[in-house]
Design a protein around this ligand. Structure first.
Ligand code: GLU
Length: 308
């Protein structure tokens, strides 16, 4: 049997925190316990927020964790042409359109609908679904935007995509954690079959006028390109798996197993984010933490003591 392939795929748009350390460590541990491979992928498609300096600091933080991963790492910004190819394929299937609405226009529309008692649908992350452009703009306004240099997002026509891919997509959700002693749990490869519900996300963004791809598109292209067999990542991306399964189905890409791990929550019970300083790996290092302490902290469910 060919070895399992795991990946840790951080975005260098801020510093790594305890949650990233957990993710990287669980991937490395799963790869080593199962005799698999461990890759690191730099998800730097947002070239305004991801900087070479942040990438260098990310690799420094990763080095502190002393994990073995294969080199060279894949950097998404070097593969824009491949995402463009995948996008062109979806376009050729008639599944992509230009959406011109600005954030403010979407917000105004949604607020007006909510106020009128027609509660506007939200996606699993709580963001309003994209309205149709012609619900908000007149035909003249739309034509004027199309004729001008107005910004737009290339969106997936979800209704058509679902009619092509069928409604009964699923994914395989498997356990995410090999314990510290490295003993692979007996149910490690026993999947729970989860029904995918990509429609809950509406017409997701696949690219923008000035950004040639989106997270959803590049992640499925690269998981396939790198032969990832096991996508082990944070629970915050659980619902997004529905979109990934839809794109894999439309683009004829293989289906990996998914393993979504627990999140480390901050003292206020919210998930950690890169803008919070307190649990950044850098800050912990500067506060005198060593690797043993870090490993011990992420091995307990509640390292910050939120629930105790
Ligand atoms: N780049 C994403 C992040 O930093 C993770 C993508 C994934 O694991 O699918 O949140």
């Amino acid at each position: 049997m060919s070895p399992s392939v795991f990946r840790f795929a951080p975005s260098p748009n801020g510093h790594l925190h305890l949650g990233h350390a957990l993710s990287a460590l669980l991937n490395a541990r799963a790869a080593s316990a199962t005799g698999g491979r461990f890759l690191v992928r730099i998800e730097d498609i947002d070239q305004t927020r991801c900087t070479p300096q942040l990438e260098a600091e990310l690799l420094e933080d990763l080095a502190w964790l002393e994990l073995e991963y294969e080199r060279p790492v894949l950097r998404q910004s070097e593969h824009f042409a491949d995402y463009a190819k995948a996008l062109a394929r979806l376009e050729a299937m008639g599944l992509v359109y230009r959406g011109y609405l600005t954030r403010a226009e979407i917000r105004r529309h949604v607020e007006a609908e909510d106020r009128a008692g027609r509660l506007w649908p939200r996606d699993p992350d709580g963001a309003p679904l994209y309205p149709r452009d012609d619900m908000v703009l007149t035909a003249d306004e739309l034509a004027a935007r199309a004729a001008s240099d107005a910004p737009y997002a290339l969106r997936l026509d979800m209704a058509r995509a679902l009619s092509l891919a069928g409604q009964d997509l699923t994914w395989r959700e498997c356990p995410s954690e090999v314990p510290r002693d490295g003993a692979v749990p007996s149910n490690w490869n026993v999947p729970e079959i989860v029904p995918a519900d990509p429609g809950a996300w509406g017409d997701v963004v696949l690219a923008r006028k000035d950004t040639p791809t989106s997270y959803h598109l590049s992640v499925v292209v690269d998981d396939a390109r790198q032969g990832i067999t096991d996508v082990l990542r944070g629970r915050d991306l659980y619902a997004a798996t529905s979109v990934h399964r839809l794109l894999q189905s439309l683009l004829d890409l293989p289906e990996p197993s998914y393993r979504h791990h627990r999140l480390i929550l901050g003292e206020d019970g919210r998930k950690l984010s890169k803008s919070r300083q307190d649990t950044g790996l850098r800050a912990l290092r500067e506060a005198g933490w060593n690797l043993a302490r870090l490993r011990a902290a992420i091995d307990v469910f509640d390292p910050l003591g939120v629930f105790s």
